[in-house]
Design a binder for this molecule. Structure first.
Ligand code: NAD
Length: 420
């Protein structure tokens, strides 16, 4: 079995190494293992955009479907300067295990456009989004593949995607994307869902560890959709959020940051850097500061073999996708640091996306408390299942979560067989 050169990236190596490890644990047949290592299909597109200065710039876009054995595919759309086919493929694979772990009728997908969203005007972002949507049109649809927001994209991006798709169909198609604004068919609670799920998962795991959320010192890397909600909810639960960072740098306050004031500061200045009263720290330094809980909520491969030995948290909850490399996993395991894996910790987003998709297909909308109750029910059930499986098999939480996800996808393949 060889890794395909076109997918080469750190995150792809991480995802395949995780699959190879779990394949041994669950005695996966070699033929099935080989099928799971490759995406079902991948599309690379050129996205020409008329820029504000009159030039035309051509961006590179991707959409990858990892597998479709359990239903249509589901996965976010990422705008970032270093997005590539390997990273998008790895993220699609992780989405497969995540959806299966949560018991959702989806395969994994992911999309991306290589660009710096902060350097684009709103008009340029809209043009880019609409042209990208048109280019990947054959790959998406409510019964084919349903994109959602991820790094560098948001509710507005999803509204433009939905509108572009709908214009080509001559009717409004709510089910083509999730994470839309509520006014055009979004779900109550979707904006906060990933952060909400992270906090609920952390609460459940701490309960198993006989620890309380209250009083825990927390560091959050990334203050976007996910990181800012996690920081706000944890501080509401009585945690001390002592460190926060974003792409521009980090800030530190040993007695806890005022998250409401920080959100206001970010709203005005666009970054956490320069928050009055806090000490400035680099992004690299902030994750190595003394704390109880570390929440990576930004980009992948932040905890690696070269810095894992210096992490001082006792629990890491992976709000980001793929923040820990396999080398770091070994070091953190040897140091008895509990890692709550991405496919479990950040699954609240896709669970509420599933709720939004169902609501859109039925034109019947639920209220915020129905969403929260159902989300917490699904998350609690899955955390407890994963915890019990980890104890039974004497494996860490990542291995236990992957065992459930990979087994379900493999069962789907076994039951459906190989066409033709
Ligand atoms: P976002 O674009 O809203 O925010 C990203 C944050 O990370 C920003 O504060 C940005 O400044 C910061 N950042 C970017 N590069 C960084 C770097 N190199 N170092 C430090 N900080 C950096 O994105 P988001 O939606 O909050 O997603 C964050 C992570 O959570 C991603 O890994 C994403 O895949 C994952 N995730 C998101 C969702 C969702 O519903 N949005 C669901 C599941 C997982």
């Amino acid at each position: 079995m060889t890794a395909r050169p076109e997918f080469d990236s750190t995150l792809y190596h991480t995802a395949v190494a995780q699959l190879d490890d779990v394949a041994k644990k669950v005695d996966l047949e070699p033929d099935l293992h080989e099928r799971l290592r490759h995406p079902r299909r991948a599309l690379v597109v050129s996205v020409p955009v008329r820029m504000d200065d009159g030039r035309t710039e051509v961006f590179c876009g991707y959409r990858v479907h990892h597998n479709t054995v359990l239903g249509p595919t589901k996965g976010g759309l990422r705008y970032a300067p270093d997005v590539g086919l390997g990273e998008v493929t790895a993220l699609a694979m992780l989405m497969s295990w995540k959806c299966a772990l949560m018991g959702l009728p989806y395969g994994g997908a992911k999309g991306g456009v290589r660009c710096d969203p902060l350097a684009l005007s709103a008009r340029e972002r809209e043009s880019l989004t609409r042209r990208y949507t048109a280019e990947i049109m054959p790959m998406i649809g409510p019964e084919i593949d349903i994109p959602a927001p991820d790094l560098g994209t948001d509710e507005q991006t999803m509204a433009w995607m939905m509108d572009t798709y709908s214009m080509t169909q001559g009717k409004t198609v709510l089910g083509v994307v999730t994470g839309k604004p509520v006014v055009v068919g979004g779900s109550a609670g979707r904006r906060e869902a990933t952060g909400h799920g992270v906090v609920h998962t952390l609460y459940q795991v701490l309960r198993h560890l006989r620890r309380d959320l209250r009083g825990q010192r927390v560091v959050v890397q990334g203050f976007g959709n996910v990181g800012s909600v996690v920081a706000r909810l944890l501080s509401k639960e009585g945690c001390l959020v002592v460190g926060v960072s974003d792409v521009h740098g980090g800030i530190w306050h040993p007695h806890g940051l005022d998250i409401a004031r920080l959100a206001h500061h970010v709203g005005e200045s666009g970054t956490v850097a320069g928050f009055p009263g806090a000490e400035p720290l680099s992004n690299a330094d902030i994750i190595e500061q003394p704390c109880d809980i570390l929440v990576p909520a930004a980009v992948g491969s932040q905890l690696r073999g070269d810095n894992a030995g210096r992490i001082r948290a006792t629990v890491i909850v992976e709000a980001a996708n793929g923040p820990t490399t396999p080398e770091a996993d070994v070091v953190l395991g040897e140091r008895s640091i509990t890692v709550i894996p991405d496919i479990l910790a950040n699954a609240g987003g896709v669970v509420v996306s599933y709720f939004e998709w169902i609501q859109g297909l039925q034109y019947h909308f639920w209220n915020a408390s129905e969403i929260t109750t159902r989300l917490q029910e699904v998350m609690s059930r899955t955390v407890n299942h994963v915890w019990a499986l980890a104890e039974q098999n004497e494996v860490d939480l990542r291995m236990a979560a992957l065992m459930v996800g990979v087994r379900r996808v493999a069962d789907g393949y076994r039951t459906r067989g190989l066409y033709p």
